[in-house]
Design a protein around this ligand. Structure first.
Ligand code: LLP
Length: 420
């Protein structure tokens, strides 16, 4: 459910007509619904309330400070993967003890910073990383909590680029190596291996892969208990799918009903890292139709948002529903909706049956709140889009559109190029 609704042929975000926002702020424009964001977080929290989990929203899905603050103020922790995300998390006011840090490639500087700030734990992805964190923690004279990210070798039934829990993926540690590391954990003088972590992929619409992965981990925890190893945390990652097209993803309640009985058995503090579930349907990308172009083979609707604004269709052939902001009784036709970028991969929809559009119309690319703006770039020296958040009948700019100066602000022309 979300707060983007067509009323009398016009798309509304909460109580504001989206076309008014497009005219006021210009396009491309990301529009987020505050209420939807809060609702999704609350749904998950209440479905899992019997274990009172720490919900660490996955910053990579949408890292805008205002969005982070909405969630942090409601008790969310944050799941980060870089020094940049640590910076954002702290800027948004997240207490360090609610931050968990994954990534296969943490640098020494990133590790140092995270230790200095006192994050809750590192989700460690390899033996060499474990040794490195131990070495750095020793230098800083700190005992650091870590969770081992396990690779349970489970097929999550999603796009291969966003599958992360198979042994052919770069993520996590296989169970045997993790077991060995835990048995030898006293050789890590400055590390407290306090938990286990899994994240098997993203946009997973059924609960069966989650259940299979958790069952494997529970067996593993039992083996550890037998060996006298007792943990504190179990982090079950993110990955919950949302509706883009005709999917019927499990609801928070259904997901909870399947995994909670298993999680309770562990007696461990549960951490989760949802990204898309919270923010995916809370945001849309609004674009303006620049031209309608007919070729002997196709009709193209050329809009002012491109793959630099939303790369998911180009990268994963992802489907995003597209709707005109205002209905017009002009019939329907099959078109490709494309952006202005000089690549044939620059499309938002291909072979899509849409209401007939004309120059100057606005469209909404739905379900663009997750991995939309956060994966956007300045390719073709295009300025990153503006972002606004709607709260009932008010709208707030949460990121200004880039200025041209922003495109070059770190660049320098060496004097010799001027002949000096
Ligand atoms: N935890 C870890 C360790 C992750 O790697 C991810 C996402 C999450 C949590 C959050 O997953 P979510 O609940 O959002 O599924 N760019 C892709 C998705 C990449 C996901 C990367 N990891 C897309 O646009 O579909």
């Amino acid at each position: 459910m979300h707060e983007f609704k067509v009323i009398n042929g016009k798309l509304f975000c909460e109580k504001i007509e989206v076309e008014l926002l497009a005219r006021r702020f210009g396009t491309p424009l990301y529009v987020y619904s505050y209420q939807t964001l809060v609702d999704h977080f609350t749904k998950l929290k209440s479905a899992f309330r019997s274990v009172d989990p720490l919900i660490c929203y996955s910053v990579k899905a949408n890292s805008n400070l205002a969005i982070l603050k909405v969630l942090v103020d409601r008790g969310a922790g944050l799941d980060i993967v870089s020094g940049g995300e640590l910076f954002r998390a702290l800027q948004a006011g997240c207490p360090a003890e609610r931050i968990v840090y994954a990534s296969v490639g943490k640098t020494d500087v990133e590790i140092q910073e995270a230790i200095r700030h006192g994050i809750l734990c590192f989700n460690v992805e390899s033996g060499p990383e474990l040794e490195n964190i131990n070495r750095i923690a020793k230098k800083l004279n700190k005992i650091v909590k870590v969770a081992l990210r396990l690779n349970p070798d489970i097929e999550p039934k999603t796009h291969k680029y966003i599958t992360t829990g198979k042994l052919t993926n770069k993520f996590g540690i296989d169970l045997k190596s993790a077991y060995d590391a835990l048995l030898l954990s006293n050789q890590y003088s400055h590390i407290d291996i306090a938990g286990l972590h899994i994240h098997i992929g993203s946009q997973i619409t059924e609960s069966s892969p989650f259940v299979a992965a958790i069952k494997k981990i529970i067996k593993f925890i039992d083996e550890l208990k037998k060996a006298g190893i007792i943990l504190k945390y179990l982090n079950i990652g993110g990955g919950l799918g949302i509706v883009y097209d005709g999917e019927k993803p499990q609801t928070a309640v259904k997901y909870a009903s399947k995994v909670l009985p298993l999680l309770k058995k562990t007696g461990l503090k549960i951490i989760m890292e949802p990204g898309r579930f919270i923010v995916g349907n809370a945001g849309i990308l609004v674009a303006k139709v620049l031209y309608i172009k007919s070729t002997p083979k196709k009709k193209f609707v050329i809009v002012d948002a491109g793959m630099n604004d939303l790369i998911r269709p180009a990268l994963y052939s992802a489907y995003h529903n597209i709707i005109p902001l205002k209905a017009a009784a002009r019939g329907k036709e099959v078109v490709d909706v494309v952006g202005p970028i000089c690549e044939s991969g620059d499309f938002l929809a291909k072979g899509r049956l849409l209401p007939k559009l004309k120059e100057g119309d606005y469209i909404a690319v739905m379900s663009a709140g997750a991995y939309g703006f956060s994966m956007s770039s300045n390719y073709n020296s295009r300025r990153k889009a503006q972002e606004v958040m709607v709260v009932k009948d008010e709208s707030y700019v949460i990121r200004r559109r880039d200025a041209y100066e922003d495109l070059i602000h770190n660049e320098e022309i060496p004097l010799f190029l001027y002949g000096l």
